[in-house]
Every structure is written in structure tokens, then in C-alpha cells.
Design a protein around this ligand. Structure first.
Ligand code: GSH
Length: 376
């Protein structure tokens, strides 16, 4: 893992020395838009026109931010309109790289070996992190946008001449509420797990840890009363943005990022929402692994246990080294508390959440309010 500085690759971890041990996500820099006819995007943002075959998406299947863009591309039926590369699952000292290992799709647009070379093609003196997802313009040889929150809006609205317009993940009547929920979920959950995982002091870890579980508690209450995060007929962007973190939570964030007060499996309504309300969840809950193989994703099509076994074996020393470093710095995991294990609820931890019981099919009680948070 590293970054580019004036166009030169440097193999460096996140620097938390200047931030009191807190992980601070840097803002992404390529922020242009795609509109149906090339007219400016939101807030007059420079835009290029939607065209079939002109744009390419670079993703990692491990990445929750990239996962949102894959889901939206699939929901909008844009697979044949926007081509795709998937980086190798292993991020090493050269950052994301391309390979022909199972699950990866090489860079057949630019023929690069490393993702940072794609960034350099767009901007030879680029300084910053080299992240996925990246939306590439094959005509102008540049990155249109590398901010997942914006790429999903572009895919939802920019390609109306090619997309399935029956699907709209940001329906106008719910947009304000979607934006409000996104801000809360981004700060405390999507980015919250990273703030826990990449903190290098105890205090910097404990604060987002508390906010994460307070927010999950609040989402549990809300999802006990309604099917989706906003009272819509179908899942919206707010649901998909939460989903890509939920599906990785028990498998990855609970242990690896020490987000270990509760698992998603300990939240009956969130768990049911993840499993039932969203089609991809039907494939089980071994998180990252299945998420990558669900029907909303491009590939791989087949179960490939060997690939995952190899990836885990390869990752183990890194995880161990990381845990060792944490111990050296004197960090200890927050209290592990499993309410579901400590005292089983009257109808058991796997109980059907209230709104899914037969008796609750009549109009649901209004969902509890979600407090506002500053936009990311
Ligand atoms: N703000 C970006 C964040 C994307 C991001 O952090 N992606 C991670 C993978 S999950 C990445 O590529 N990290 C590489 C790095 O930070 O060096 C977005 O949402 O698109």
C-alpha cells in the first residue's frame, strides 16, 4: 500500500502521526461528471456525454466503495455499456495491481500492470492515494471520477439512453432523506469501521467505536419498523451504501478492524434486512467472500475455494504483523460484549424482527428519526 508523490510511487502506510492517531480519509481529486448530453453536472460540474463503450470502471472486489459502483452498474443494466477491470485481490507494496488470477480482470484498456500507472496516464505528476473505484474515459484518456459516492449517482442518472430507467436508486421524493441517512451512515459506519481499524492510539480507536455501535443500534431500531432505510418501495442508494459495509462486517471488520462489540448477526432486524431485503444477501453471510460472488457482481461465476484459501494464507502474516504492531503500541480491543450470547432474548437471537412477523404486515409504525450528521 502506498501513494504517488509528484508522479513517483512511494510504499507508505497511512500517516496518523499528525492526527493524534486518527485515520483521516483524504478527499478524492477527479470529480467530473457524465450527463446524457454532456451538459454540466450538479453545481455546474464539468461533464462529458454518456456513450456506450466509452467508459471503463476499475474496481477491487474487496473494496466496499467499489462494490457500490458494481451494484449500481448491475442494477442499471449497464454491464454492456461500461466495461470493467478488477484488480488482483492482493494489495502489496505496489498498491493495486492487475493480474490474470481467478477473479481478476486485467487492464485491457491501457494494458497497465499497476493501478498507479492508470493515475499517471491521467495526470503524470499526480500526488495522492491510488484508490478504487476509478471511472475512466477511453476517449479523452483520463479519469472522469474516482469518488464512489459520485460514480453511483453518475451511473444512476447519466446513462438514461442506455440504462434500465425503471430502477432509480435516488427517487426525487426521497432524495433529501437519502442524503441525510448517507451522511450519518458514511461517517459512523462506512468510514467508521476504517476509523476504528486504522487508528493508532486507544482514544482514536474508542471514539469511532462508540459512534459505530450507537449508529448500528439506531439503525436496528429503524429497521425493526420499516423494510428499507427510507420508506420507499424498493431499496435506495442509502440501503446499498450501508449494505456493502454490512456484508463485510462479521467476516472482516469485526476481527480485523476490531469492531467487536457486536456482530451483525447479533442485530436481528439489520441481519434480516441484510439477508432478506437485499437479493445478494440470499447467498449467505460469510461477508466479503460471498459478496464478491453474489448475483449482483460481475464475476467470478464459480465457487473457487482454492483461490480464497491462498488469499487467506497470504494475508495471515500481514494480519499478524498488523496485530503485533497494534499490541506494541499498547492498543487493546474495546470490550467484547455479545448481548445475544450473554442473555438470550425471550425469542432467541435469531428472532424474526417485529416488522417481518405476520402480525406486523399492516402499516408499520413510523421509523425512529435518524439524527443529522455533517456531510463527509
Ligand atoms: N473516497 C473513495 C475511497 C475509496 C477507497 O478508499 N478505496 C480503497 C479500497 S477499499 C483503496 O483503494 N485504498 C487504497 C489506498 O488508500 O491506498 C471512494 O469512496 O471512492
Amino acid at each position: 500500500m502506498g501513494l504517488l508523490v509528484d508522479g513517483k510511487w512511494q510504499d507508505k502506510w497511512y500517516d496518523t502521526d499528525k492526527t493524534g492517531g486518527e485515520f483521516k480519509r483524504t478527499t478524492t481529486t477527479f470529480r467530473d461528471w457524465i450527463t446524457p448530453d454532456g451538459s454540466p453536472g450538479p453545481d455546474g460540474r464539468k461533464a462529458v456525454p454518456a456513450e456506450a463503450g466509452r467508459y471503463h470502471l476499475y474496481v477491487s472486489l474487496a473494496c466496499p466503495w467499489a462494490h457500490r459502483t458494481l451494484i449500481t452498474r448491475k442494477l442499471k443494466k449497464l454491464d454492456d455499456v461500461i466495461s470493467l477491470s478488477v484488480v488482483d485481490y492482493h494489495m502489496g507494496e505496489e498498491g493495486w495491481v492487475f493480474s490474470d488470477r481467478p477473479g481478476a480482470i486485467p487492464d485491457d484498456v491501457l494494458g497497465k500492470q499497476r493501478l498507479y500507472e492508470v493515475y499517471l496516464e491521467a495526470e503524470p505528476t499526480y500526488t495522492g492515494r491510488v484508490t478504487v473505484p476509478v471511472l475512466w474515459d477511453k476517449q479523452q484518456d483520463t479519469i472522469v471520477n474516482n469518488e464512489s459516492a459520485e460514480i453511483i449517482r453518475i451511473l444512476n442518472t447519466g446513462f438514461s439512453a442506455f440504462a434500465d430507467n425503471a430502477v432509480d436508486v435516488t427517487p426525487q421524493e426521497h432524495l433529501a432523506e437519502i442524503d441525510r441517512i448517507n451522511a450519518v451512515v458514511y461517517d459512523a459506519v462506512n468510514n467508521g469501521v476504517y476509523k476504528c481499524g486504522f487508528a493508532t492510539t486507544q482514544a482514536a480507536y474508542e471514539k469511532p467505536f462508540a459512534a459505530l455501535f450507537e449508529t448500528l443500534d439506531m439503525l436496528e431500531e429503524r429497521l425493526s419498523g420499516q423494510r428499507y432505510l427510507v420508506p420507499s418501495k424498493a431499496p435506495t442508494e442509502a440501503d446499498w451504501r450501508l449494505f456493502t459495509t454490512l456484508i463485510r462486517f462479521d467476516a472482516v471488520y469485526y476481527g480485523h478492524f476490531k469492531c467487536n462489540q457486536r456482530r451483525i448477526a447479533d442485530y436481528p432486524a439489520i441481519d434480516a434486512y441484510m439477508r432478506e431485503a437485499l437479493p445478494v444477501a440470499r447467498h449467505g453471510r460469510d461477508g466479503e467472500f460471498r459478496a464478491h460472488q453474489g448475483p449482483l457482481l460481475h464475476q467470478p461465476q464459480d465457487h473457487q475455494p482454492d483461490r480464497h484459501r491462498a488469499a487467506r494464507a497470504e494475508a495471515r502474516p500481514r494480519h499478524a504483523a498488523w496485530a503485533g504492531e497494534r499490541a506494541l503500541r499498547g492498543l487493546r480491543p474495546c470490550v467484547i460484549s455479545h448481548p445475544a450470547r450473554r442473555s438470550a432474548a425471550p425469542d432467541g437471537p435469531a428472532a424474526v424482527p417485529p416488522h417481518r412477523r405476520a402480525s406486523a404486515r399492516s402499516p408499520a409504525a413510523p421509523a425512529p428519526p435518524i439524527p443529522s450528521a455533517p456531510a463527509p
